[in-house]
Design a binder for this molecule. Structure first.
Ligand code: SF4
Ligand code: MG
Length: 327
């Protein structure tokens, strides 16, 4: 099966200032990320805030243009943002953000907004619009009598359901969800994640699910890419990542999420400050926080490489089949 989405070596830099009078310095938010998404699969992207996940998500949809590298959707290069070709593609790829209230217009009813993509992409005759909106509302667990209500009349979870219904209206092949449940009560998070997983399966949608919360990603992802300071440091199937992480950073993240009945070998406690993209450490960017760091780690950046079938990792201390551990 060919890939639905491919990203090759994506780079995105922004300027930052340290202090009021500081000189602008370029910061690489995303630094050479490559990934693939197959039709119908869910790729989880995890990492702390500042790891470049959101920037990456926007580049995957062509909303932010990569300054290096390229994105391919259904085998064709992503057209430039805002062009007619990009807008046509937009129906096939949708974005769900963290904050549903910001994503919704408080002056319009929920039904008006859920149906927006139908109008924008001219997808349905006017007389069928109401029925399609009702179908979408039912798919996300909203009641028909809520159609005429406004965003402020809903709970946070219901609003995010409405945003998801709107994202599904154009029958997308790809959904990029950026922290879609982070703003919701913990008690609601699982409901919305389970709903997303069911919808993704029943509608055969591929999903890129971005989150800082491993528990959430574990519930939904087939594969997981772990990001640290703009780069992928480990990628494998969800089970492999959660049951036998190899990269020390992944180990630290996974260690912080207890799995009932499972003792993780080589527990790593994450120490030190969270990463600051404006101040990237030399060599392996994780070395100031890594309990295994050696001199080599401080000077030499480990390349992301295949360390075993179905797993890539960027760490000098992770052995691979072809090469023993670096000295
Ligand atoms: Fe730690 Fe070194 Fe591996 Fe980086 S390369 S994760 S510092 S052991
Ligand atoms: Mg983010």
């Amino acid at each position: 099966m060919t890939n639905l989405l491919e990203a090759h070596d994506l780079v995105r830099t922004y300027q930052t200032r340290s202090g009021l009078l500081g000189k602008p310095t370029p910061v690489r938010a995303v630094d050479g990320v490559s990934l693939t998404v197959r039709p119908g699969e869910t790729l989880g992207i995890v990492g702390e805030s500042g790891s470049g996940k959101s920037t990456l998500g926007r580049m995957l949809l062509g909303i932010d243009a990569p300054q290096g590298g390229q994105v391919f959707f259904e085998g064709a290069a992503m057209p430039p943002f805002g062009t007619a070709a990009w807008r046509a593609l937009r129906a096939k790829m949708q974005l769900v953000y963290q904050d549903p209230l910001a994503a919704l217009d408080r002056r319009l009813t929920i039904a008006a907004q859920i149906g927006e993509p139908l109008d924008i992409h001219n997808l349905i005759p006017k007389e069928h619009r109401a029925a399609r909106v009702a179908e979408l509302m039912a798919a996300v667990g909203l009641r028909p009598d809520q159609a005429g209500r406004y965003p402020h009349e809903f709970s946070g979870g219901q609003r995010q359901r409405a945003v998801i219904a709107r994202a599904l209206a154009s029958r997308p092949k790809l959904l990029v969800c950026d922290e879609p449940v982070s703003a919701l009560d913990v008690s609601i998070q699982a409901q919305v994640v389970n709903m997303l997983r069911d919808l993704q399966e029943s509608h055969d949608i591929a999903m890129v699910f971005i989150s800082h919360d491993l528990k959430v990603v574990r519930n939904i992802a087939d594969r997981v890419a772990v990001m640290y300071l703009g780069r992928i440091v480990e990628e494998a199937s969800s089970d492999v990542i959660f049951l036998s992480p190899r990269h020390p950073y992944t180990k630290a993240l996974v260690s912080s999420v207890p799995v009932p009945g499972k003792r993780l070998e080589g527990r790593v406690i994450l120490q030190g400050e969270p990463p600051n993209p404006a101040n990237r450490p030399t060599g392996c960017a994780f070395h100031p926080r890594c309990p295994l760091a050696t001199d080599l780690c401080r000077t030499t950046t480990p390349a992301l490489r295949t360390v075993e079938e179905g797993r890539t990792a960027a760490c000098h201390m992770v052995p691979d089949i072809a090469r023993p551990v670096a000295a």
